[in-house]
Design a binder for this molecule. Structure first.
Ligand code: SAM
Length: 423
């Protein structure tokens, strides 16, 4: 029997692509292996959103050269955002058999089918189907953020037809999923390229009736694409979790303009205000880039001010990393590396305090957890507002909604006691 090893870094889209690739390979008869050394097929699903990710990919790629010197050399496939100009990559990495564009699962299927023409298909999955599954509904991106390489690698926005997403959701639930997260680089722009222009709100309504599905999430939203209709839909539909991933990136209008973000700080704050007045208790997470070219101390302070004012439930902060081919690459990368680290740490420290305070308010409250599995002897899952929570209990909670009374809170997780099962 043939075997495969799949290495993944980067965004949730890559993780979702890898899950689909793994399922497809196992249907073809490949058995999964935890390391590359013995595998017949080795796949790297890559990310280059920042230089640090690209460095990891290059390191991993170099380490795979030895697999070609084996008695039965491995077939090596590279996919994901590392794959830009294929002809150049082929010259640089001749030990790679195939370069595939991001999310090209069909290309991988065609290649892998050729490797197993002579063997029976369908390996029994070694692990249970996940309780919470991410489903890509939109590939690519139509924004032109000046720092971002994703559009260059993934192309313009392409949405999956609504009926196709509906059937993917039904399939996932039939396999055992209780929660789906609809994925897109700009998920709230869903549908614009489709014939009848359905939007994300229409899609949420359409999948809401899937029997057995308990929760629906979506990420990541672009602030400029978020509509009142979508906010009202999140408020209206009980299965849609009141959680928004809404990257702000910076708290200064000039930096936002140079980032090509298409909104001002005031417009962003207005949007957060609309979400919070329509859905009291909604959680909002954001992304921030520190040290963008030309960012002054005062402009960075404006970002801290914004974070203090809006009090997000999570902030994913990154130091600006120049990406060749992007418009910002032509600007001088003039914030020194140590200063970027200092700014990043300042955001992290501030956010740790804020989220610690937000979570502390949950002490003694009972929250609904969808239990995803066991970790270190405890059941774990997430609240509707996307907070990790754990509890100890002898019963089997996997895939169930638990009402959990919170007994301890920290910035990154909650602990509690299960009082009852809702379903
Ligand atoms: N919808 C999202 C948005 O509105 O920006 C797009 C997701 S983006 C691919 C993921 C995150 O990676 C961005 O939010 C940004 O914070 C970070 N990122 C992208 N390019 C970067 C760069 N050159 N340097 C540092 N961080 C970057």
């Amino acid at each position: 029997m043939k075997s495969y090893y799949l290495w993944t870094i980067g965004c949730q889209m890559n993780a979702a692509d890898s899950r689909q690739a793994g399922e497809m390979l196992e249907k073809l008869g490949f058995a999964p292996l935890p390391t590359a050394e013995e595998a017949d097929l080795v796949i790297l699903n890559t990310c280059v959103v920042r230089q640090s990710a690209e460095d990891r990919v290059i390191g991993r790629l170099s380490s795979l050269k030895s697999l070609k010197r084996r008695k039965r050399p491995a077939s090596i496939v590279v996919m994901g955002c590392f794959v830009g100009d294929v002809a150049t990559l082929q010259k640089q990495y001749p030990h790679v058999d195939l370069f595939l564009a991001p999310s090209d699962i069909e290309g991988l299927r065609t290649y892998a089918t050729g490797l197993v023409l002579d063997q029976p298909a369908n390996v029994q999955p070694s692990h249970p189907y996940p309780v919470s599954v991410s489903i890509p509904i939109m590939y690519g991106c139509d924004h032109h953020c000046t720092y971002c390489i994703v559009r260059l690698r993934r192309g313009p926005g392409r949405s999956l037809p609504l009926a196709e997403v509906h059937s993917e959701v039904e399939k996932a639930v039939a396999m055992g999923a209780r929660e789906v997260t609809l994925l897109g680089q700009n998920v709230d722009a869903y549908g614009r390229d489709l014939p009848d222009h359905p939007d994300l709100a229409d899609l949420l309504h359409a999948i809401h009736d899937v029997q057995g599905l308990e929760r629906i999430r979506f990420l990541t939203s672009h602030p400029a694409d978020m509509t009142n209709k979508l906010i009202a839909t999140v408020a209206e539909l009980p299965k849609v979790c009141e959680h928004f991933e809404l990257p702000v990136q910076a708290g200064d209008d000039l930096i936002l303009k140079r980032m090509g973000r298409a909104y001002t700080v005031a417009q962003y704050c207005d949007l957060v205000g609309r979400i919070r007045s329509c859905i009291p208790g909604a959680s909002i997470a954001t992304d921030v880039i520190v040290g963008f070219p030309g960012e002054t101390e005062a402009q960075f302070e404006s970002t801290l001010l914004l974070l203090r004012g809006l009090r997000f439930d999570a902030v994913h902060v990154a130091a600006y990393s120049p990406r060749p081919g992007t418009p910002a690459y032509r600007l001088p990368d003039d914030v020194p590396a140590e200063e970027k680290i200092r700014r990043r740490q300042a955001v992290e420290e501030l956010q740790k305090r804020i989220v610690g305070e937000i979570n502390a308010r949950l002490l003694g409250q009972t929250v609904e957890i969808l239990v995803e599995g066991r970790e270190k002897g405890r059941w774990g899952g997430r609240t509707r507002t996307n907070k990790l929570a754990f509890f100890e209990d002898g019963r089997d909670w996997r895939g169930k909604l638990a009402a959990v009374r919170i007994t301890w809170t920290g910035p990154w997780s909650l602990l509690g006691e299960a009082s009852s099962t809702n379903r």
